[in-house]
Design a protein around this ligand. Structure first.
Ligand code: PLP
Length: 401
């Protein structure tokens, strides 16, 4: 059926804004997406109508807030096809990964296996475990044979990205999960760049835990989702403890809550959680398969439009085929730094992209590349915007020569 782009864009009033007589072209969606009016209204609704505590206050406002948070958890669990008790609300992908890196029981001498193209959020928490004599091993992102070579009986946990935020390439998580489980290893997936852009049935994906960010999928800033399968609980310790994580306590003892509350310590970002519930409902209505094919079409326009320059004035990161790069076009221009590319696109065409190492410093360092300029697309971007991007990059490229 596809996306009714003109209708969708009406939900994002910021897109109608002109700066210097030119409309905004927002291509920095891998960092944060824009939010539709429906999500903004839902956040305001909390503050205007029921700004109360959940699970503590039994008055009318508290009850309403509890009902809305519970509805948000229901929406998120349906969106991913898992149980409500398996959905933990976090602040972001990073927090979900940290939760697992702290709570998963590992002993000295055991190993964690990650790829060589992870975001710092899925690298640093594991490197920190080296202090406890946990080994961190690496496989080549997207290379199943290398993965199979690297996994051994010391590997108790595999943690890797579904889609790379650096170049948009992806991995076959179902196969990674199967191989890992054959080796009795737990599987955590960083879905920060996949959950917002494609249909994910977490039961089919087969991972034990999956972390993603609400702000990358139309949700409020500083919201995240961690799926943790019920059957993993046997090997999980606690993370942050305190209010809301316990059923009862004495001066000597504690009875901890069940999932998910044992991992949601202290007063939560209720407005954010409720807004995130609205965001996934919005995505569901648009259709995740529609979003995936829309982004692919735009990336095809960009890649085809710049094809004649790629390998000459333009160095493309990742696979040459646009369908292998999700909605990401990561590149460098000869004779110009990636920060200059980003600044000039902003200044001359109101095109907003990201430049730098995209928190994947380790990969850039290992590959002796300084960084890149990265355009990342989403459901409200248009074919016209993709064409404007092509023309603007071509113009910059001719300056750089
Ligand atoms: N993992 C990937 C693949 C990402 O792209 C990002 C953010 O860009 C993160 C993790 C961290 O996300 P957050 O800052 O929302 O925790």
């Amino acid at each position: 059926m596809g996306i009714d782009i003109n209708r969708v864009r009406k939900d994002f009033p910021i897109l109608g804004r002109d700066i210097n007589g030119k409309p905004i072209i927002y291509f920095d969606n891998a960092c944060q997406t824009l939010r539709p009016t429906q999500v903004i209204n839902k956040i305001n609704e909390y503050y205007n109508e029921y700004p109360a505590c959940v699970g503590r206050s039994n008055h009318k406002l508290g009850e309403r807030a509890a009902k809305e948070v519970s509805e948000a958890r229901k929406r998120v669990s349906k969106f991913f096809n898992v149980k409500e008790s398996e959905i933990i609300f976090t602040r972001n992908t990073t927090e979900g990964i940290n939760l697992i890196s702290h709570a998963f029981k590992l002993n000295g001498g055991e190993s964690v296996l990650i790829s060589d193209k992870e975001h710092n959020s899925n690298l640093i928490p594991w490197l920190m475990l080296r202090k406890k004599r946990i080994n961190v091993k690496f496989f080549r992102f997207g290379d199943l044979e290398d993965f199979q070579d690297k996994i051994d009986s010391t590997v108790k946990l595999v943690s890797t990205a579904h889609v790379s935020n650096m170049d948009g390439t992806s991995q076959q998580i179902e196969k990674i999960a199967k191989i890992s489980h054959d080796h009795n290893a737990f599987v955590l997936v960083d879905a920060a760049q996949s959950a917002p852009h494609k249909q994910i049935d977490l039961k089919k994906l087969g991972a034990d835990a999956v972390s993603c960010s609400g702000h990358k999928m139309l949700g409020p800033s500083g919201t995240g989702i961690l799926y943790l399968s019920e059957k993993s609980m046997g090997n999980m310790d606690l993370f942050m403890t305190g209010g809301e994580t316990v059923v009862n306590s004495t001066y000597d003892d504690v009875v901890f809550e069940k999932m998910p509350h044992r991992y949601e310590a202290g007063l939560q970002n209720y407005a954010g959680i409720i807004g995130l519930g609205e965001a996934v409902e919005y995505l569901k209505k648009i259709g995740m398969n529609n979003i995936e094919s829309h982004e692919r079409k735009l990336n095809e326009i960009i890649t085809k439009g710049l094809e004649s320059e790629i390998g000459k004035g333009i160095q493309l990161l990742g696979d040459a085929k646009p369908e292998s790069r999700s909605g990401i076009f990561s590149f460098n221009l000869s004779g110009m730094t990636y920060h200059e590319v980003s600044l000039l696109l902003d200044k001359t065409s109101n095109i907003m992209i990201r430049s730098g190492q995209h928190c994947v410093h380790s990969w850039f360092n290992a590959n002796k590349i300084d960084g890149s300029a990265r355009a990342s697309l989403y459901l409200y971007n248009t074919e016209e915007e993709a064409k404007t991007f092509v023309e603007s990059v071509k113009k910059l490229s001719s300056f750089g020569k």
